[in-house]
Design a protein around this ligand. Structure first.
Ligand SMILES: CC(C)(COP(=O)(O)OP(=O)(O)OC[C@H]1O[C@@H](n2cnc3c(N)ncnc32)[C@H](O)[C@@H]1OP(=O)(O)O)[C@@H](O)C(=O)NCCC(=O)NCCS
Length: 331
């Protein structure tokens, strides 16, 4: 029997208009454009402003753009998965809010929480439903409104993150393109280094948690850096080796954008040169689950059918992984 693969057949993206520059951050915390640029590669990030504006706003805009571009009927969407750690509310799932807003009235929908690796986890999950033959149109969204959980008095974290969302449409194909292989990993031991302490069932919101600033991201940057730099490179190397991918036949490395130095380590593990690395860190910072689909959105016009893409991410949990995608269309 011919194998059914899940092909990415459309991409959408959205970043809010407000630009938070390193210069503006200099007025908020004790930092400098020079420190941020040399340590992370980030120059600016986007922020979603306004009352009652949750991450669903970013997701709806990204999915609507994809629907417009691909000209699909939203009623044909079978499943919508939203990867995020900044859901509009604890429940209902943000995926439900987005699906209804875009007119995907026949879809079922749910969220996935895997921080910066969220889009990779959701992409593999969505692809499995296509490969099994169960569904024909799956939308995978990754997005985060990190500004909602940022402590803008903590210079070690607030300089890294921004807001944005991207999405892909998955459809079945029997051609030799699509989601080819993946390695995904989790390690709950990472909890102490990167988390948001309060607001969940272990420590519900109270005056004390608010006073202690426990509703913000807590990150031990250098510990996370050491783990990320080793593991994102290692998993990418393993996936490359078992699929005979190398510096010559990888067309694009699509790496999570938390820190340029982590990206460089992953690229050098496989020998990939800078011209083959998708980069947007200087303009968007780290948009958590939004990062990888936003890269695909930004680079879509440069992608050709048959291109070999290596997606790689690392994030809170810890979670990390890599996915080999053979691009399915010419824009
Ligand atoms: C956060 C990160 C950029 C910090 O860079 P770093 O080189 O590790 O810096 P350190 O935390 O060791 O701090 C070095 C010094 O810079 C200072 N510093 C930290 N943030 C600063 C800022 N924004 N501006 C100026 N100085 C800063 C620290 O206080 C420290 O000063 P000290 O030596 O006097 O104590 C880096 O650790 C990182 O990228 N970590 C991984 C992030 C990640 O991948 N997360 C997972 C996905 S979200």
């Amino acid at each position: 029997m011919t194998k059914i693969r899940a092909a990415i057949t459309g991409v959408g993206g959205y970043v809010p208009d407000y630009v938070l520059t390193n210069q503006e951050l200099e007025t908020m915390v004790d930092t400098s454009d020079e420190w941020i640029t040399t340590r992370t590669g980030i120059k600016e990030r986007r922020i979603l402003k306004g009352e009652n504006q949750g991450v669903s706003v970013l997701g709806v805009n990204a999915v609507m753009e994809m629907i417009k571009k691909t000209k699909i009927d939203p009623k044909e969407i079978d499943l919508l998965i939203f990867a995020t750690v900044t859901a509009d509310m604890t429940f209902p799932a943000t995926a439900n809010i987005v699906a209804t807003a875009v007119g995907a009235v026949n879809a079922f929908s749910y969220d996935i929480s895997a921080a910066c690796s969220g889009f990779l986890f959701a992409l593999t999950t969505g692809a499995s439903f296509i490969e099994s033959g169960m569904y024909k149109k799956v939308v995978v969204v990754g997005g985060d409104k990190m500004s909602a959980i940022m402590d803008y008095t903590d210079r070690t974290t607030c300089i890294i993150f921004g807001d944005g969302a991207g999405c892909v449409l998955l459809e079945p194909t029997t051609e030799d393109v699509g989601i080819i292989d993946s390695i995904l990993k989790s390690d709950g031991g990472g909890e102490s280094y990167l988390h948001m302490k309060a607001g969940g069932s272990r420590m519900p919101a109270s005056h004390a948690t608010v006073d202690a600033r426990q509703h913000f991201v807590y990150q031990e940057g250098s510990a996370v850096y050491k783990f990320a730099v080793t593991n994102m490179a290692e998993v990418s190397g393993q996936l490359a080796e078992r699929n005979n991918l190398n510096a010559e036949n990888v067309d694009w490395l699509v790496p999570h954008q938390a820190n340029k130095r982590i990206i460089d380590a992953t690229a050098s593990r496989i020998g990939i040169t800078e011209d083959k690395i998708m980069m947007k860190i200087e303009r968007y910072g780290n948009t958590t689950a939004g990062t990888i689909p936003l890269l695909l959105w930004d680079y879509e016009k440069r992608l050709k059918k048959g291109d070999n893409l290596l997606l790689a991410a690392f994030g809170g949990g810890f979670t990390w992984g890599a996915i080999y995608v053979k691009w399915a269309y010419n824009s």
